[in-house]
Each structure stands twice: as structure tokens, then as C-alpha cells.
Design a protein around this ligand. Sequence first.
Ligand code: FAD
Length: 529
Amino acid sequence: MGEKFPTPTLLIVIFFILSRLISTKGYSLRDDPESIRLASSDYGHILRENPAAVLYPTSIDDISSLIKFSNNISTPFSIAARGHGHSTMGQAMAPNGVVVDMMSLKNHHPSHASGIIVNTFNLSVNNYYYYADVGGGQLWIDVLHATLEHGLAPVAWTDYLYLTVGGIAWTDYLYLTVGGTLSNADISSSAFRFGPQISNVYEMDVVTGHGDFVTCSPQNNSDLFFGVLGGLGQFGIITRARIALEPAPKRVKWVRMLYNDFSAYARDQERLISVNGRKQSNALDYLEGSLLINQGSPNNWRSSFFPQSTYSRIISLVTKHGIIYSLEVAKYYDQHTETTVDKELELLLKGLSFLPGFVFEKDVAYVEFLNRVKSGEEKLQSQGQWDVPHPWLNLFVPKSRISDFDAGVLKGIVLKRNITTAPVLLYPMNRTKWDDRMSAVVPEEEVFYTVGFLHSSGFDEWEAFEEQNKEILKFCASVGIEVKQYLPYYKTQQGWMNHFGSKWKTFQKRKALFDPKKILSPGQRIFNK
Ligand code: FAD
């Protein structure tokens, strides 16, 4: 009693039956237990929400028809695009709605079998404009392979790439999709110089919450373009993105330095990211900071940089100081720059205040460098420690409060609670590399830090990490450190309003314009409970 009739679930089933009767196109809307099971969990392994059905589209029309169908009934059902479900708190789920498996469109492109087209466009004799048109359900690693065939690579990368294993949707193998990452920001250690991936997109095709197919760019349909970038899937489903490329480097000089003094560490990082012009040959290509804390080995699943022979020295250092700060930088080079790269790197690192004797160097091939997260991940997979809860917390912290954050959060909460053995990232970025018209939210200051607590836990233990995350957020609020969550998760609309701050009105207006029935990405819990 009290339940509206027909329910969204029933309507989805009717849609399914009708679609099978009238369609010869081969897509399918499934509600078998396996499809539902796969679409109801994610990398976080904390929440579980069952959809009523899962759409495996074979064309963009399939997605458009589904969204139009939902719009045209009295009780619309919700629809979530799912890339590879590497969210941690149900963001790609659609409770009682339909999940759209974007990876089904992996091989879809009107004119290309791989779904990825790489182009070079000659602007003038010496000035090339390189890009790739890639489907929203493509994995970044496939984009890399396709572009490397042309000697090119995407300008900005996530730090997580993985070789594809057969392209089967939702296997336990790990990737991030283009649409899933562009819905957040896609930050990486080159963001200080090239911005996040969302700053390196020229154009997109999007199916809006009305079911309309729209091509958008900074010049055309710009409100949709900027809304979708960092838009948490709220305004449309990305089916194609035109991504900026650059000539791929051949090799990488890769250096790590250790610090025990936080202010020296922060000062050095900020100095290094101040040289950040896109074309500036004396700028670093990569800068990442992380913590060594409470761990048996100085390596973790994100990095196997340190050779075994250095373990005992580094572990003694960590034991002595509690926290050691690691600064990791890289400079790419090729046959044209191999004679100058060492000198450039030396000049850049001159005068840094790392601990004497704690600088480590490597020289590796570019692809090996990009795939560096892979080996740690394989190890965790083989030990059954990958498909476990991931109570992550990712924050952007304004530069002016990063020392307070170190004292109050890292030394105050994290060291005292003594449960963090996971990678903790901490490095700065430049706000000028982010376009304020995009939906993504960052602190107001010119320089801000990303801090990521990438916890894994046992199935009975994740609450302890959640408690720590809550304490961190509470502490920041209590002392006025205005952090912004990255990959945000809020339970109330007030939480979201605070998160977006001055951007909230625009975000709301865009929702009313592009998805007025609030159909898309309900798992973000911004407009749906
Ligand atoms: P999903 O989890 O499937 O979806 C995420 C959100 O995007 C959902 O709301 C979904 O509805 C929406 N969405 C998915 N596809 C589309 C589409 N085509 N159009 C519109 N909306 C869509 N992030 C970084 O910035 N940098 C990193 O280096 C980084 N490393 C990571 C490493 C690991 C191991 C993991 C698990 C995550 C990492 N992340 C990183 C976070 C990651 O970028 C986000 O979680 C991203 O959303 C995951 O991509 P996905 O394809 O799995 O998206």
C-alpha cells in the first residue's frame, strides 16, 4: 500500500520488453542477478545499491532513447552512467533506476573500429595541434596505446593507468574511463603545469538529461561544456571527448628526495611549481609529494621506487621522526634533449633542503613511468587485498593553512590514531591552471594542496577510517581551514551547497536547464536523497 503504480521498476521492465520487440540493434537492458550485482558495487566496497536494470548500449541512440523514455513518463526513473565504477561511495550507482554500462561502447565510433581517432592538425609550419577523439567509455590506457602509435600522448594524466585485459566490462581489472574522470577533474602530478585533464579538453559530445545529443566546446554550447567538466555526471552523459595531445617523451629522469621538516618540504614544492609555463623547457614535468608513515616498507601499491637496499635506512628515519615527507619529481627527455636534461634537472633541484644523503634517482622509459602504479596493484590483487573497502578522503587545502593542516591533522590526528598505513599524497597545484567556469571546485587561493588518504581496510574495519576522516573534516571546520573535498561525498544538500559555495547557484541553474527532472547520476546525492 502507498506505493505509486506503475513503479519505476515496472516501467523499466515494460521498456525492456518493448525495446526487445521493436529493436534489432542488439543493445540490451538486463536485470539478471549478475548484471545487477556488478552495477550495485564499486571500488569503495562500502555502499551497495541495486539498480532495477542495466543498459548495455551499442550506440549513442540507445542512451538517448533511454533518457527520453524516462523523461516522458509520469514517474521518471534515475539513470547513472558507469565508467569503470572506480568511485568509492556509490557515485555511479542508480538505486531502483538504470545503470548505463559505458564500457559497452568501447569499440563504438562512427568511423573507427577502436573507438579512438588520433588527429594532427597543422596550424602553421612549426606549430601542430594534436588531439584524439575518444569515446566516454574508453579507458585511458587504451587512449595512451592508440596515441603512442602516432608518437603522441595525452597532455595531462591520471596517475593510474593499467594495461587492458580483454576489455570485458566490470571485470576485476582496473582502469579509469574518460567520462568518469572528466566528471571529476582528473588531477595528477603534472596538474601544476598543465592543469587537470578537464583543462585539456577541446570539445565533447554529450547526451543531456533531456536525451538530446549536443556537441559542446568553449565556443558552442559553452554552458553545457563547462558544466559537464567536473559536473559529477549531473548534466549529461559524455559520449565523446576531444583530448589535447603532445609529442610523447621517450624517457624520464625520476628523482625522490626525503624531508623531515614540513616547512622546508612545502617551501621547496612551492618553489618548484612556480616554474610552470606549458612551453617552458626548464619546468619540471611531474611533481608529487607523499608521506612515509607507520609502514614496514617505504614502497606501497602506488610506487615501488625505492630499492630493497635502501629500506632499513629509510625505515629508521621514519621510526625516528614519525613522518617523513617524500618529494618526487620527473623530467621527460628524448633524443633532442638527452644532452641537456641532467643540467636542467640539476639547476631545478639546486638549493633544495632535503635531508643530505636521502636523494634517489632513476632513469626509465616513459611507458614504464606511466604504468608505475600497476605492479603494486598486481601485488595487492594477488594477495586478495584489492577488492576490499576503500574509505578514501581526498581534500584540497589552501596553501596559507597547509602548515596548520600538517600540525593539526597529520601530526595531531593521523599520527596519534596510528591506523594509517596507506599512501598519503600531499602536493601543491596552481589555481590559474583551472578554468573557473568549470563545475569543479577548488579553494580560492592561487596555490592549493591536494591531500589524499588512500586507505584500504578489512570489511570489518572501514568504520575506524571513516571516523578518522570525520575527525579530520571536523578539525578543519573547527579551526577554519577551508578545505574542499575532491571526489566529494555529502549526505545533505546543505553539504553540497557549502561545497560549491559561490558556484552553487550556477550548478543548480545548469541542472534545471539540462536535467530538470533530476534523472542523471543519482548516486552523487546532490539533487536526489
Ligand atoms: P565511475 O566511478 O564509473 O563514475 C564516476 C561518476 O562519473 C559517476 O557519477 C558516474 O555516473 C559519472 N560518469 C561515468 N561515466 C560518465 C560519462 N561518460 N559521462 C558522464 N558521467 C559519467 N582521480 C584523479 O583525479 N587522479 C588520479 O590519479 C586518480 N587515481 C585513482 C586511482 C584509483 C586506483 C582509483 C580507484 C581512483 C582514482 N581516481 C583518480 C579517482 C577517479 O578519477 C574517479 O573515481 C573516477 O570517477 C573513476 O572513473 P570511472 O570511470 O571508474 O568512473
